[in-house]
Write a protein of this length. Structure first.
Length: 292
């Protein structure tokens, strides 16, 4: 009888352990499922609304939502980032990308190749079950991190290498690109940009849409700004009296980035303007639009 009680107790303990293990397995599976659901939810496309408040900028709104300013501009069809009325409701996606308007002969494959985005990702993000079910003039969301490339395409800034930059200020050419003899400059001195004379404090605008890579001071250029554009182009703005932006800001051709000055190695107020690509400078006169 004593042995039966022992066996009975052991059996109960074994059953209890089995039930406990089963509960742990069930809990783990449920928890794993919930985590998977959360991960999937994070990777799904969804939108929220944001109402523009007094003092808001595209950069501030984008920073608060952890997305690229260019994404907000594309989704909301904003052409001028400085002219967003207070009270306007903006549609904010949870990931970077842009709306693509389906055109005749478009396929998911052709769109995927054009923007170097995984075909299955486009289908999943847009909940397209049959890739043949896309219609002309409908819109799909293309998830892409290099959104400035798309924005510059829409602004026709990437049509060719000529005439793709606007003049950052109006003014007289103080010195040209290359070897100069003006203002007692030696023949063997090479200028990597042009000098544009303008009154002290004249507002300077970005010559092309892009992202501010650097804001700083140099003994030659004085206060300077470097903006990174698509196609690996960069522009430098030197001798500024002060700047109006911060590193990381997205700017377009309507953005005042700084003001003309004479800081650094400059004898008079002017803007030292450089265009370069992969470390090689270009003659800005050849790349600037004809009008000012």
């Amino acid at each position: 009888m004593k042995y039966l009680k022992i066996i009975y107790r052991i059996t109960l303990i074994a059953i209890g352990i089995s039930i406990l293990v089963l509960l742990i397995i069930i809990y783990a599976r449920i928890n794993n499922f919930d985590q998977k659901e959360n991960i999937d939810h994070k990777n799904e496309l969804f939108f929220t609304f944001y109402t523009v408040k007094q003092g808001d900028t595209i950069n501030d709104i984008a920073l608060a939502h952890n997305i690229n300013p260019a994404t907000i501009m594309n989704i909301n069809n904003i052409r001028n980032s400085r002219a967003i009325p207070v009270g306007r409701e903006l549609l904010i996606p949870n990931m970077d990308g842009f709306y693509y308007n389906i055109e005749r002969n478009d396929t998911i494959d052709s769109i995927s190749i054009e923007y170097n985005v995984d075909k299955n990702e486009i289908l999943r993000i847009n909940k397209i079950e049959n890739e043949r079910n896309i219609y002309i003039r409908s819109k799909i969301f293309i998830p892409i991190s290099n959104i400035e490339y798309v924005m510059s395409n829409e602004n026709n800034e990437r049509q060719n290498i000529n005439n793709i930059f606007i003049w950052p200020i109006n003014g007289m050419i103080l010195y040209n690109y290359g070897n100069n003899t003006l203002n007692n400059i030696d023949d063997d001195d090479f200028y990597d940009g042009i000098g544009i004379a303008a009154p002290y404090g004249t507002p300077i605008r970005a010559a092309r849409a892009g992202r501010v890579e650097s804001v700083g001071y140099d003994n030659i250029y004085g206060n300077f700004i470097i903006i990174r554009h698509s196609d690996d182009f960069k522009t430098l703005y030197g001798h500024l009296s002060s700047h109006n932006i911060r590193g990381g800001d997205y700017v377009d051709i309507d953005t005042v980035i700084g003001f003309v000055g004479s800081t650094g190695h400059a004898s008079t107020a002017n803007l030292h303007f450089i265009i370069y690509r992969n470390g090689e400078s270009y003659n800005p006169i050849l790349l600037l639009q004809d009008f000012r």
